[in-house]
Design a protein around this ligand. Structure first.
Ligand code: IPE
Ligand code: IPE
Ligand code: MG
Length: 251
């Protein structure tokens, strides 16, 4: 298998896309199936999303897989979700590696089952030197929890004398969150029609474009991904400055 996938990057492709993969439960309900069937169907869309990202020239793809609040779901559903994550890593890691994908995991590593923790570490270690798409799996991730952990680690560095409190700035915080060294997402996509962040990337999404799509995650195919990218390409990002002349109202 070729080590690098061909890229057909349009000029205005986002560098980093983050996706809130939502709607598995509703997808299953609509078919009279248990919610777990929706989660199983959802995981089948992940490889396709990674491939589409690679083809579109996207360098970083972040997928929200399990939030720090998802522990509040019924025990059986949580246990099924853990099983699906195990299955995904065991089945797909070799293929992701062969496609030159670098895996990174975002989220709190405490209080997760030891074998899952080991699998996540294996995924990161094995793919560390790959140079294709960086796939970031947000697992046991909550942005508020991330900001608390970042704050603690900054305070520890100050207390140890490695960091001057007066020198703390935005770059310091960016360097202590889970995405340290990764550019902020240009585009955040949420499937299932919900229009909220649900505690996802609160720090990093300060200037992201948002695309909310009615389609449920198990239906999110290549075409749906391209629709979101097309919508992104029509946006005028200003970052607080004045509109670019060619897109100004009336031009
Ligand atoms: C997303 O689908 C998967 C996870 C949050 C783990 P949901 O399970 O939230 O599906 P809905 O929102 O209930 O349809
Ligand atoms: C967000 O979806 C978390 C993931 C997609 C992993 P949820 O389904 O948990 O979010 P809420 O509860 O609708 O806000
Ligand atoms: Mg949901």
């Amino acid at each position: 298998m070729a080590k690098t996938m061909r890229s057909t990057a349009p000029l205005n492709a986002p560098r980093h896309v983050a996706i809130i993969m939502d709607g598995n439960g509703r997808w299953a309900n609509a078919r009279g199936m248990p919610r777990t069937a929706g989660h199983r169907a959802g995981v089948e869309r992940v490889r396709e999303a990674v491939r589409t990202a690679a083809e579109a020239g996207i360098q970083y793809l972040t997928l929200f897989a399990f939030s720090s609040e998802n522990w509040n779901r019924p025990k059986e559903e949580v246990s099924d979700l853990m099983g699906i994550l195990r299955f995904f890593i065991r089945r797909d890691l070799a293929e992701l590696h062969s496609e030159n994908v670098r895996v990174k995991v975002l989220g709190c590593r405490q209080n997760i089952e030891p074998d899952i923790s080991a699998l996540l570490m294996e995924a990161e270690d094995r793919t560390r030197d790959n140079t294709g798409v960086t796939l970031m799996i947000a697992f046991n991730y909550g942005a508020r929890d991330e900001l608390v952990r970042a704050t603690r680690s900054i305070v520890a560095a100050v207390t140890a004398g490695h960091l001057d409190a007066a020198a703390i700035d935005e770059a310091t915080l960016s360097a202590h969150v889970d995405t340290a060294g990764i550019p902020d997402p240009d585009l955040v996509i949420r499937t299932s029609g919900e229009q909220r962040l649900s505690n996802f990337l609160l720090w990093q999404a300060a200037y992201s474009e948002f695309v909310f799509m009615p389609c449920l995650w198990p239906d999110f195919d290549r075409a749906a991904f391209h629709d979101a990218l097309a919508e992104f390409s029509r946006r005028d990002r200003r970052f607080g400055a004045v509109p670019t002349p060619n897109l100004a109202v009336g031009s």
